[in-house]
Design a protein around this ligand. Structure first.
Ligand SMILES: [Zn+2]
Length: 408
């Protein structure tokens, strides 16, 4: 008789971890919440519990990381924001083990994260603070309408009182103030991030800048932003069809995009409800401008339309492979958050964060944020999430029929 060595054994699955070069049938043994062995044919008798992975299209990947979400659930009152998600609904119950909240709150209401959100979440939640003190979010007023909306001293004080809490500073280039003092706002936001020694994440795509002159001005600001960025800073909404996109009017990326990428700036896609144009994404793929990370920008309303997995399927329709979209939500996402030593890999000694998902082949219909429908051949659905060894089942899904995208 063999002694039980492991708490849980994930057996017979197609393990895919592009960041680690894993792609094949392997067993994964878990003890004390950590991965303790990865090998072919680990004997079932050595584990207290065995999870058999069977079925075509079923994969075991590192726990997915969504680097752009909104999970200040219940903390944003009516009139100053839009509804946020429960971190576990879009996290462990959606095949996602880590979410980053990107500026749902400013320094004035940041305290809701350590006091209420983080202690109650099974999902790992990373907090990025809005540079605007009150973080007025869509569809309300702009986050920043004057330089006075950015309080660098308060941000420094908050960071001192909450060591390790603030992982980034978020700025949205949205609203009329950017037409006048856009460069000054960007420069001050960058200084605020540097005060804290954290990356600056900036939303491009200004749905309020509709006329040609405002649109051209947002293009100018995006170029200024890319030159302001330092290694590790994050541009979010790479495929936005709105003003301030990274493609010039003839469809060529601005030269600053390649320079920023070469300099270590992260290009994040964050599809959301407003910032994914399928024509933009296809054009970018044609010219080799691929997203480093795929994220959802989920909000309470957004989560009734799609999921991180559906965002990944949308990029597969553009031509990216399963390995590409898994890398963009695991190893690359971990790098963007500065957490490569902690998350985003299936490796011995790491927390056992795993996502088990089905890759369904079919004829699926998606919609981009301009309302344009497009077809894709793959849909992804979560089967099981394991977070630090703890198992979670998925919720019903984001559509009335469940998780998969609409059938054509
Ligand atoms: Zn967002």
């Amino acid at each position: 008789m063999t002694d039980v060595t492991y708490d849980l054994l994930i057996k017979g699955g197609h393990v895919l971890d592009p960041g680690q070069g894993l792609d094949g049938t392997l067993d994964i043994a878990i003890s004390g919440g950590k991965i303790s062995q990865i090998a072919a044919d680990i004997p079932a008798e050595e584990a207290g519990r065995v999870l058999e992975i069977r079925g075509a299209g079923r994969h075991v990947v590192p726990g997915l990381i969504d680097i752009h979400t909104h999970v200040a659930n219940g903390a944003i009152t009516e009139g100053v924001g839009m509804g946020n998600c429960d971190p576990d609904t879009i996290g462990v119950h959606s095949g996602v083990t880590t979410v980053a909240d990107c500026g749902s709150v400013g320094v004035a209401n940041l305290g809701v994260f350590p006091a209420y959100i983080l202690p109650n979440a099974k999902t790992r939640v990373i907090t990025m603070v809005n540079v605007g003190s009150y973080a007025h979010t869509m569809p309300g007023p702009a986050d920043v309408s004057s330089l006075d909306d950015i309080n660098r001293d308060a941000l420094v004080t908050a960071a001192e009182h909450n060591p390790g809490l603030i992982a980034g500073v978020k700025l949205r280039i949205v609203g009329p103030a950017f037409g006048e003092i856009g460069e000054d706002i960007i420069t001050k936001a960058k200084a605020a991030a540097n005060d804290l020694g954290v990356p600056l994440m900036v939303h491009i795509g200004d749905f309020t800048a509709k006329d040609a002159a405002s649109a051209a001005r947002r293009g100018e600001l995006t170029r200024f932003l890319l030159k302001t960025f330092e290694p590790g800073d994050i541009l979010t909404h790479l495929c936005t069809p709105n003003s301030g996109r990274v493609l010039d009017p003839s469809g060529r990326p601005y030269p600053e995009v390649a320079e920023a990428r070469a300099n270590g700036v992260v290009l994040d896609s964050a599809l959301g409800r407003g910032n994914f144009g399928i024509e933009v994404a296809r054009r970018q793929a044609e010219v080799g401008l691929y997203p480093d990370t795929i994220s959802s920008d989920l909000t309470a309303l957004g989560q009734t339309f799609h999921s991180l997995l559906e965002c990944m399927a949308k990029f597969m329709s553009v031509g990216y492979t399963l390995a590409d979209v898994v890398r963009a939500t695991t190893s690359s996402a971990a790098r963007a958050l500065g957490l490569t030593d902690t998350i985003g890999a299936i490796a011995v000694g790491r927390d056992a964060d795993l996502t088990i998902l089905d890759v369904a082949e079919g004829d699926f219909t998606f919609t981009d944020t301009t309302g344009t429908a497009f077809q894709g051949g793959y849909g992804l659905a979560p089967v099981y999430t394991i977070k630090a060894g703890e198992e979670f089942s998925p919720g019903w899904g984001t559509h009335p029929w469940g998780w998969l995208p609409a059938s054509a």
